[in-house]
Design a protein around this ligand. Structure first.
Ligand code: SF4
Length: 702
C-alpha cells in the first residue's frame, strides 16, 4: 500500500494530494502532498474530504439507461445498445439538418485528454464547432482579456510570486472560501510581513476582506469606474513606468484620455467608494515592489466582463508591474481544469492549442494534424447560444458531459424548457443530477475522480497527473473511452484507436510543439515520476516556466502589450421600483457547484446546511423582514423561498444567494438561477450571475 501522487479535483489552485487504497478493506486514505509547489501539503475542507465522495457510491450511475421516447420510462440497456442509439441519432440528425444541429456541453472538471478527444471528434470529424463548456460561465472573460492585452490566454505569474509581492488587489473574488489554500499563503505572507498591503474589492465584507488593509465595498457593476479612477490617480501622481509604457505597450494615450474624462469625486460617487480610499489603493499599487491583482467571477461573470478584465490589466501595464518577480495580473480559475480544457480547444470560439478559427492557416494546421480535409471556419455556439438554439429548434441534440446545466446555467427555467424541446439529450456523468433525471433520453455512466488517470492544468499553468486508485462501479466507463467507442460506432475507429489516456496525451502534446503552450517534453510517465510542471515545457530537460514575459516581449504580433481605454458603463439588467435590489450569487466555503459531490459528505453539509439570502438590516427593515424569516426572493423570471440572513457585511441595496442549491437538493426552492438573467458579454459570451434585479418579501403561509 503506497501513496500515489494526485491532484485535488475541485478549484483551480490544484493542490497536491497523496492517496492510497487498502486492498483488503477498500478504504481510501488521503493527505496533502508536502512536495506540491502550490499547496505545500495543505488541503482545505473540500480537498480533505475528496475520498469520502469517492467512497460514497449509493447514487452512482452504474448502467446505461435509455428511453424510447419522452413519455417512456428510462430503462437499463447495454453499452452496445446505448452507443448504437447515440450514433444512429447523431448520424440521422447530421444527415438531415447538418453538423451544426448537434453539440457537446462539457465541464472544467473533465481531464485534458477527455477534452482533447471530444474536441477532435466534434471539430475534426462531426464537422461543427458546437462544443462548449461550463468554463464559459467561469473564465471566458479573462481568456479574452489576456488574449487582447497580452496576446495569449496565459496567466503570467505563479503561486510562488505570492511571497514576493507586497501589494495584493483582490477584486470580485473571495479566495478565503473559494480558493482557501491560495488564501492561506497570502495570509501567512501578510502575517510574516505586516507591511504587505491587501486591498479587497467586493460589495460584501467577505472573509477575504477580514485580512484586508482596505476593503472597497463597491456598488455592484461599477468595477471599471474604480479601476479607471485608480489609473487616473496613478498617472496624476506620477506612479506610472514611463519607460516600460514607451518601449513595451500600445494604447496608453487612449487610456490616459479616457480615465481623465471624470473627476475623482465623480468616480467616487459612481462606484460608491470614498475618494480617499481610491487614492490610498492607487498609492499602495504604485509604490509596491510587487503588485499582484487577483480576480475571478465578480469580474468575469458580467455583461462587461471583458472590459473589467482590460481595465484591471491596465493597472499592471501602466505601472510596468508585470514580467518581474512578484508582479502581474493573476486570474483565479474556478474549476480544476478550465485551463487544460482551453489548451486543447474545448470552447466553441477557439481551436486546439489556442489557434484561431478565423485564421485559415491555423485551421489547416489543425485539420492536417488530425488527418481530415478541414475544420469548420465559423465559431460554434457558446453555452447560452446552445440554449437559444435548442429553444429555436436550430440545434436538435445535445450531449452533456460532467455538468448539471439545469441548476448551474442562468435563467434555469428557460434552460429546462430548452432541454424539453430538444429532440435528443444525452447526459454522461458519474451520478444522478437534475439534468439527467428529468431531461435525458440517454444516460451514460462515467468513471469519476480516482477511477481514471489523466492530466489537469491549474490556474498557474501547472500540469499535473490525476491518478487512478480504484475501479469505477458497475459498468461505468472513463469519459474518453465512452467517446472513442462512440467514434467507432460513427465509423471513425481508425482515428480514435486509443486504449489509454497516456496515448491521447502523447498525441495532443505533439500538437502543441512550437506553440506558446508547448508541452511536448511531457508524458504521463514523466509527471508520475517527477510531479507537476508549468508550461511551456518543450523538452524533458526543461524546468518548466514559472513566469512569462520576463523579457517584456508579449505574445502580440508586435510583441507589445495592449492597453485599452474602456467605457465604464454596465449594461446589465435594470433595477426599478418593482425589483429594487441587486442580486449577486456565489459560493460558500464547503460546497462545490450544484453539490453533486460535496452534498454527499455530511461533514461538509454541516457548515451551512440550507440555502439563505443575505440582506442588509436597513433593506430588511424596509421589507418588514427579521433575521431567520422565510422569505420569497422574486425576480422577472422566477422566485426562490429561503431564510433571510440579516448582515451588515453586505452593501445596502444588494442581496446574496449561494449558487449551490438546485432542483434535486430542494426541488428548485433555493435555486439561485431561477432569478438570474441570461444576458452575456458580447465578446466573451460569458453570462452575468452578479447583477439581477429582485425584491424580497416575507413568506406568509395562506
Ligand atoms: Fe482542492 Fe482548491 Fe481546496 Fe486546494 S484549495 S484542496 S484545490 S478545493
Amino acid at each position: 500500500m503506497t501513496f500515489l501522487r494526485s491532484t485535488c479535483s475541485y478549484c483551480g489552485v490544484g493542490c497536491g494530494v497523496l492517496i492510497k487504497k487498502n486492498p483488503y478493506t477498500g478504504e481510501i486514505h488521503l493527505k496533502g502532498d508536502e512536495s506540491h509547489p502550490a499547496s505545500r501539503g495543505k488541503l482545505c475542507s473540500k480537498g480533505m474530504n475528496l475520498h469520502h465522495v469517492a467512497m460514497e457510491t449509493s447514487d452512482r450511475l452504474t448502467v446505461p439507461r435509455m428511453r424510447v421516447n419522452r413519455q417512456a420510462p428510462l430503462q437499463e440497456v447495454s453499452w452496445e445498445t446505448a452507443l448504437s442509439r447515440a450514433a444512429a441519432v447523431f448520424k440521422g440528425l447530421i444527415d438531415k439538418f447538418g453538423p451544426d444541429s448537434v453539440g457537446f456541453y462539457l465541464s472544467g472538471q473533465l481531464l485534458t485528454e477527455e477534452y482533447y478527444i471530444i474536441n477532435k471528434l466534434t471539430k475534426g470529424f462531426i464537422g461543427t464547432n458546437n462544443i462548449d463548456t461550463n468554463s464559459r460561465l467561469c473564465m471566458s472573460s479573462a481568456v479574452v482579456g489576456y488574449k487582447k492585452s497580452l496576446g495569449e490566454d496565459a496567466v503570467p505569474v505563479s503561486y510562488d510570486d505570492i511571497e514576493l509581492a507586497d501589494c495584493f488587489f483582490i477584486a470580485g473574488a473571495n479566495p478565503a472560501w473559494c480558493h482557501p489554500i491560495l488564501f492561506r499563503r497570502i495570509e501567512a505572507h501578510k502575517l510574516a510581513n505586516p507591511d504587505v498591503k491587501i486591498i479587497v474589492v467586493d460589495p460584501r465584507h467577505t472573509q477575504s476582506a477580514s485580512i484586508a488593509d482596505l476593503h472597497l465595498p463597491i456598488i455592484p457593476g461599477t468595477d471599471i469606474y474604480l479601476f479607471n479612477a485608480i489609473a487616473r490617480v496613478l498617472i496624476e501622481q506620477g506612479k506610472m513606468d514611463a519607460a516600460f509604457i514607451a518601449e513595451h505597450t500600445n494604447g496608453f494615450e487612449h487610456v490616459q484620455a479616457k480615465v481623465f474624462e471624470l473627476t475623482l469625486a465623480e468616480y467616487a460617487e459612481k462606484c460608491g467608494v470614498p475618494a480617499a480610499d481610491i487614492v490610498q489603493a492607487a498609492l499602495w499599487i504604485g509604490d509596491a515592489k510587487g503588485f499582484i491583482s487577483m480576480w475571478t467571477m465578480g469580474l468575469n461573470q458580467s455583461v462587461v466582463g471583458v472590459n473589467k478584465n482590460l481595465a484591471l490589466i491596465n493597472l499592471s501595464l501602466i505601472t510596468g508591474k508585470i514580467g518581474r518577480p512578484g508582479n502581474g495580473p493573476f486570474s483565479l480559475t474556478g474549476q480544476p481544469n478550465a485551463m487544460g480544457g482551453r489548451e486543447v480547444g474545448g470552447l466553441s470560439t477557439m481551436l486546439a492549442v489556442h489557434k484561431e478559427i478565423n485564421n485559415p492557416v491555423h485551421r489547416q494546421e489543425i485539420a492536417d494534424f488530425w488527418g481530415v480535409p478541414s475544420v469548420p471556419d465559423r465559431p460554434g455556439l457558446s453555452a447560452m447560444e446552445m440554449i437559444d438554439a435548442l429553444e429555436a429548434g436550430r440545434m436538435k441534440a445535445i450531449w452533456i458531459i460532467c455538468t448539471n446545466p439545469v441548476d448551474s446555467m442562468p435563467n434555469a427555467r428557460r434552460v429546462e424548457a430548452a432541454l424539453r424541446k430538444a429532440n435528443f439529450v444525452i447526459v454522461q456523468d458519474i451520478s444522478k443530477n437534475a439534468s439527467s433525471l428529468d431531461f435525458a433520453d440517454l444516460i451514460l455512466p462515467a468513471a469519476g475522480y480516482m477511477e481514471k488517470s489523466g492530466t489537469m492544468t491549474n490556474a498557474d499553468r501547472r500540469v499535473s497527473l490525476v491518478q487512478k486508485i480504484t475501479d469505477a462501479p458497475g459498468q461505468a466507463l472513463a469519459d474518453a473511452e465512452i467517446i472513442w467507442r462512440f467514434a467507432a460506432k460513427m465509423g471513425w475507429q481508425k482515428s480514435f484507436n486509443y486504449s489509454s489516456y497516456g496515448q491521447i496525451f502523447d498525441e495532443y502534446k505533439m500538437q502543441t510543439k512550437g506553440t506558446n503552450i508547448d508541452v511536448s517534453g511531457l508524458s504521463h510517465a514523466y509527471l508520475k515520476a517527477n510531479g507537476s510542471v508549468q508550461w511551456p515545457f518543450a523538452s524533458a530537460d526543461s524546468k518548466g516556466t514559472p513566469r512569462l514575459f520576463t523579457d517584456h516581449r508579449f505574445y502580440t504580433p508586435d510583441a507589445r502589450a495592449n492597453m485599452f481605454a474602456v467605457a465604464p458603463d454596465n449594461a446589465s439588467e435594470n433595477t426599478d421600483t418593482d425589483f429594487p435590489l441587486v442580486l449577486t450569487t456565489g459560493r460558500i466555503r464547503d460546497q462545490w457547484h450544484t453539490m453533486t459531490r460535496t452534498g454527499k459528505v455530511s461533514k461538509l453539509n454541516k457548515h451551512i446546511p440550507e440555502p439563505f439570502v443575505e440582506i442588509h438590516p436597513n433593506d430588511a427593515e424596509r421589507f418588514g423582514i427579521i433575521n431567520g424569516d422565510l422569505v420569497d426572493v422574486r425576480g422577472r423570471r422566477g422566485d426562490v423561498r429561503v431564510r433571510a440572513k440579516l448582515t451588515e457585511t453586505i452593501r445596502e441595496g444588494v442581496v446574496f444567494l449561494p449558487m449551490h442549491w438546485g432542483r434535486i437538493m430542494q426541488r428548485d426552492a433555493g435555486r439561485a438561477n431561477n432569478l438570474t438573467h441570461d444576458l452575456i458579454d458580447p465578446t466573451s459570451k460569458q453570462p452575468d450571475f452578479k447583477f439581477s434585479a429582485v425584491n424580497v418579501h416575507k413568506y406568509v403561509p395562506k
